[in-house]
Every structure is written in C-alpha cells, then in structure tokens.
Design a protein around this ligand. Structure first.
Ligand code: PLP
Length: 447
C-alpha cells in the first residue's frame, strides 16, 4: 500500500523543511494522511494504517476522541487566549490539581510549558534556581545519560545522549554537563522480558561522577525512567532505586523525564509509580492532551516549589514562562484527556494487556537479524543487526515496509519501536506483530 494524497501533484513539497525526517527520501515518496479515527490513520484514498506508535507516543487514547474534540471545540469559542503572566483562567488551576493528584505524593506543584523540550529546559532551570536560592549556587552541573532523549532545546540536547542529535550543535551546549553510562548491554540482557535483572550496578556510575566533579558542583540528574526514543531501554531492576539513593545522599535533585512514560504508557499514571521511585521533579507532555494540543510541564516537590516562594513578594518567583503556558485550549484538551484516562481505566487496560503484548513481541526472537526484543507496559523495541557499513538502514527499511503493509512503528536507528494505542485489541496486536515478522523475513538477506 502506498500512502499518498490524491492532491499530491498539486502540492509543493519543498517549502516545508521537516524535522527528524530524511526530507529528500520522504518527498520522493511522501506519506500523507488526511484523517484519523480511533487506532487508525487514513490516507486520501481511504488507505488505513494501524497507528502502532500512537502518533509520536502521544495519541494512546485513540484519535479524535469525541470527548476531547468536544472540549476543544467548546473552549476555542469561549476563551481562546488569556495572558499567561499575571492573569490566568480557572481550568488552568483545575488541570494543575488533577495532574498533581495523579503524581507521586510529594509532587504537588505544576509549571506549564508547551511541550516536552521546553518542559525539560524548565526543569533544568528550576533545578539550578532551587540550589541558588538555597545558597548553593556552585551546583551548576547537570548529569544526563548516554542514549537519553530530552528534546531539542539546548538544555535538552546537552543532557541528552543521542550523538546524532548532539554533534552538529556541540559548540552551543551547556557547560559542565556530564553523562552516566547507558544501561544497554546485549550480552548481559538481550531478550529480557520487562526489567532486566542485570545492570543495577550501572547506577554506581553516578558515584564516579560525584568523585570526579564533587557533589557540591552537581545540581541534578535527569533520566527517562524508560528510555523511549533510543529504542525502549527498560531500567534494570534496582537501578532507579540506586540513583535515587545516591542523589539523596549527595543533595542532588533527581528529575524523571516522563514525556513518554506519563499517563498510562507504563501501565501506571507515571513511570515513577511503575518503578516505585519518587523523583524531585517529573516532566510531562504528549499524552496529557492525548496529542491533540501542545502542552507540557514540570511537576515539582513542595520543597522545590516552596523554595521559589521565598523570593520577595513583589518579584516574579521565577523569570521564566511561555506565552502559551496553560493556554486555555490545550488545558481544555488536557482536562478532557484526563477524564478519558480515568473513565476508560487506561492504566488498568495497559496492565491487563501487557503480558499479551510481551508474548507477541518476544515471539520475534529467532527471526532473521533480530538481536534483541525489549518491553515494558505498552512500549516495545525490536533491535536488528545492522547491515555492515550501513548502520540504521535495516531499521529504516523494515519500518517503511511495515508502513506499506498498513502498520506504523517508529524507526529509531536499527530498532523498530512500538507504542500501540491503549485500547488495541488482541487481534490488532497480533496482526501488527505478524506483519512485522513477514517484513523481517522478507529482509532476511538484505545486506
Ligand atoms: N523528553 C522525552 C523523554 C521525549 O521522548 C521527548 C519527545 O519525544 C521530549 C522530551 C521532547 O518533547 P517535544 O517533542 O514535545 O518537545
């Protein structure tokens, strides 16, 4: 199946410079969609594609959910915008309260942004500001992790650990950032189901960095509880707990970037609850509006929030914020999405289907060039042996051919990443995995 718009010949494809896309390849064979409903995307000739990646990890509750559509339509005709500074609107406070209510118990305060990248940069600023307000201004370093993805702001790429996203912009990165080792090791953990049992000791890498830089220079550690964009790296049993212990011991803040993990993907409200580790801050975006409107934010502890409230009464507590922070329309989408999240029991749904998803994914073990399968909640990664001399090419071919077969999974290097919609049926999951098996076999000889 080829997904192209009927109007393609009238469409000038050049002026739109697409991000994270091989533009020339895409424009030779554009994949354009004109409608979405439930778990499916539709091309202009009615071609149907199963959205096995929930957009970009964000539309898990299904496309064009009537409750969210209705809430957004109502809001845009009522209050389309109000200034985000020194003014606001009641639903913004309601949404903050709802989000805090879903977060671990000490995280009770929300700062709104417009997406994940600015949520990350906001969290880094809050960490630095918090220490400074506490008279600890020497704590300026942030520790990220290799293979981490924290968006595309300069803060996010500095603490991020994906070389392709960093190398072109290295000259402008934040000073003083260092990275923990990533947690992936094929010989030690290939084909682990859920959390690998090997690798908790990798958290001790933080002690090494403390030894190198001294804790007095380190403000925060930021990690994704489950590293999604790099192809789903699941935290080893005991790893996040150890990071928490070491951070607490040295007065370092722990930030969980839950832009992917938050709101059901892990079978819980947040990854923090799935892995039973409470960070000092959580960043969120994506599923908070089910991907329908741009919204993100940072949830922070009372301790951090109250420290900012100690600034003089007439001054802004933080000189930071966005024109579209808590924009009324995304906020309405967020409130409606959280209604759906709770009413449809999204987290429970994921937990009840997680084992089936795991079984199906791991049935790909033994297929040609499959060197690893990883899963947690409704996130799955299938890793392929690279074609010699052409890293990432096998992953690209397989995911593109899978799309032609009517199933969308995301290309991430030599990984195909899956993030099925929360309401996926057993039959949809089976069909997606069987389609992947066929494509993998068809590419067995590719070199
Ligand atoms: N942080 C994580 C963990 C992400 O996965 C992403 C996006 O995928 C981001 C941050 C950036 O979010 P956005 O693309 O909304 O800026």
């Amino acid at each position: 199946m080829t997904i192209t718009a009927a109007t393609q010949s009238d469409l000038n494809l050049k002026p739109y410079f697409m991000g994270f896309t091989p533009n020339m390849l895409f424009k030779q064979r554009p994949r354009l969609f004109v409608e979405a409903r439930g778990n499916y995307l539709f091309g202009s000739n009615g071609e149907r594609v199963f959205d096995g990646f929930s957009g970009l990890w964000c539309s898990g509750m299904g496309h064009c959910h009537p409750k969210i559509v209705e809430a957004v339509s109502r809001q845009i005709g009522k209050l389309d915008y109000v200034a985000a500074f020194n003014m606001s609107h009641p639903p913004a406070f309601k949404l903050a309260e709802r989000i805090a209510g879903l977060a671990p118990k000490n995280l009770n305060n929300v700062f709104f942004t417009t997406g994940g990248s600015d949520a990350v940069d906001t969290a880094l600023k809050i960490a630095i500001g918090y220490h400074r307000l506490n008279g600890d201004g020497t704590r300026y370093r942030i520790i990220g992790r290799e293979r981490g993805y924290h968006g595309v702001g300069f803060g996010g790429i500095s603490v991020g650990g994906m070389v392709a996203n960093r190398k072109m912009f290295a000259s402008l990165m934040l000073p003083g950032v260092d990275h923990l080792r990533h947690t992936h090791s094929l010989p030690d953990m290939a084909f682990s189901r859920g959390q690998p049992t090997w690798g908790a000791d990798l958290a001790e890498d933080l002690e090494r960095l403390v030894g190198l830089h001294d804790a007095s220079s380190i403000a925060a550690v930021i990690v994704e509880p489950m590293a999604g964009s790099t192809g789903v790296l699941v935290p080893p049993v005991g790893y996040l707990e150890a990071l928490r212990r070491i951070c607490t011991q040295h007065g370092i803040l722990l930030i969980f970037d839950e832009v992917i993990c938050g709101f059901g993907r892990m079978g819980h409200n947040f990854g923090a609850q799935r892995f039973n580790v409470e960070p000092d801050m959580i960043t969120f975006a994506k599923t908070v509006t089910n991907g329908t409107q741009p919204l993100g934010g940072v949830i922070m502890s009372d301790e951090i929030h109250d420290t900012f409230m100690s600034t003089p009464e007439q001054a802004s507590n933080i000189n930071h914020g966005y024109t579209y922070s808590a924009h009324p329309v995304p906020v309405a989408a967020g409130l409606a999405a959280l209604d759906v999240f709770e009413e449809e029991g999204v987290a429970e749904q994921v937990r009840s289907k997680e084992k089936l998803f795991e079984e199906l994914l791991h049935s790909l073990k033994g297929e040609p060039n499959v060197v690893d399968v990883r899963n947690i909640g409704f996130a799955g990664g299938v890793e392929f042996a690279p074609i010699p001399g052409q890293p990432t090419a096998r992953g690209y071919r397989i995911t593109q051919q899978l799309l032609d077969a009517g199933f969308y999974s995301r290309w991430s290097g030599d990984n195909a990443t899956l993030a099925p919609p929360f309401s996926s049926t057993a039959s949809e999951l089976e069909q997606m995995i069987e389609a992947m098996r066929k494509v993998i076999r068809a590419n067995a000889a590719a070199a």
